[in-house]
Design a protein around this ligand. Structure first.
Ligand code: GRG
Length: 299
């Protein structure tokens, strides 16, 4: 059995791989429109845990996918994620000034540029998925493009953000909170795992459902932990403003359950997620380790 340091080494090497892929696909900052291209690179490069691409790489180990394909799929998901952070930080949404330990995109550049950064990153994500061979079967690749579109759109992340904006100042029940986060945070995390797997050999329907269940549980666990960290960690550790949820009067797992129950919920979700991987044996080692990282992380 491999230990934590082996996971740290694996994660580090794939974080570097995704960084190189993102460097390569982002427009050159010296090419016009330079300010927009500089801001796109600023928003994406040199920060973030890269959890979504790591999930794509880990899931792809189940289906023996080509790493070059997975890097492109993982980069597409990370571009969507980076766009969502840039837009989420805008004054019309969360109005935040710190992200990944540096000034938010609209603070460093300006609001109009930040809006365009999000738009352009989203377009680039789909361009990547359409422009490179990611699956042997063209119809599978079309399914992959559709999957990311649904995960990012009004029935996925953007819809979750709409639920979130509507919930400010309201009190939500646990099922309502879950519905919001399955969309806002969970949809893209789920897409990352499924896209990584789909770059390789096709899985039987039952196995795809197992992976999907894993991804749903871990996507929700990610958000529960995010809420706990917002309440307990410092701004310096997180690289983003801590304690914001309570100040903005947002319903969270901590406001509904308290820290201790929220932690128990995250651990229960981790156990459910891990159980869904039993059928995959050693091929799911990295997914198991990532599940542990997501729930036990301190930032
Ligand atoms: C603006 C369409 C639109 C959507 C925004 C994802 C999102 C929806 C907003 C981000 C705000 C937020 C705090 C979401 C909760 C969980 C989350 C996605 C945290 C940030 O993700 P990490 O921790 O960030 O993976 P890094 O910086 O490590 O990539």
């Amino acid at each position: 059995m491999l230990g934590t340091s082996d996971f740290a080494h694996w994660a580090n090497s794939y974080q570097q791989r995704i960084e190189a892929q993102l460097q390569a696909v982002l427009p050159n900052a010296e090419v016009a429109p330079r300010r927009l291209h500089q801001a796109m690179r600023y928003a994406v490069l040199g920060g973030g845990k890269r959890v979504r691409p790591l999930l794509a790489f880990a899931a792809s180990e189940i289906t023996g996918a080509d790493v070059a394909r997975v890097a492109l799929a993982g980069a597409a998901v990370e571009l969507i994620h980076a766009y969502s952070l840039v837009h989420d930080d805008l004054p019309c949404m969360d109005n935040d000034v710190l992200r990944r330990g540096k000034p938010t995109c609209h603070v460093e550049f300006d609001e109009a540029t930040a809006l365009l950064v999000g738009d352009a990153l989203q377009s680039l994500a789909f361009e990547l998925l359409a422009d490179h061979r990611l699956a042997d079967d063209v119809s599978v690749q079309l399914e992959m493009i559709k999957l990311l579109g649904a995960a990012a759109g009004s029935r996925g992340m953007a819809g979750g953000q709409a639920f979130d904006l509507a919930a400010t100042g309201a009190s939500l029940t646990l099922p309502e909170l879950e519905l919001m986060h399955i969309h806002k945070t969970g949809a893209l995390i789920r897409a990352a795992a499924l896209l990584g797997a789909r770059c390789g050999t096709a899985l039987a329907t039952a196995d795809m459902e197992r992976l999907d269940h894993f991804a749903k549980c871990i996507g929700l666990a990610f958000q529960v932990v995010d809420d706990v960290l917002d309440a307990e960690a410092t701004t310096a550790t997180l690289g983003k403003t801590a304690g914001k949820d309570a100040r903005h009067n947002k319903p969270t797992y901590v406001s509904v359950l308290g820290v201790s129950e929220a932690r128990k919920l995250a651990d229960g979700l981790r156990c459910d997620a891990l159980a869904a991987l039993d059928a995959f044996g050693e091929r799911a080692l990295r997914l198991r380790q990532l599940a542990d990282f997501i729930v036990l992380r301190k930032f």
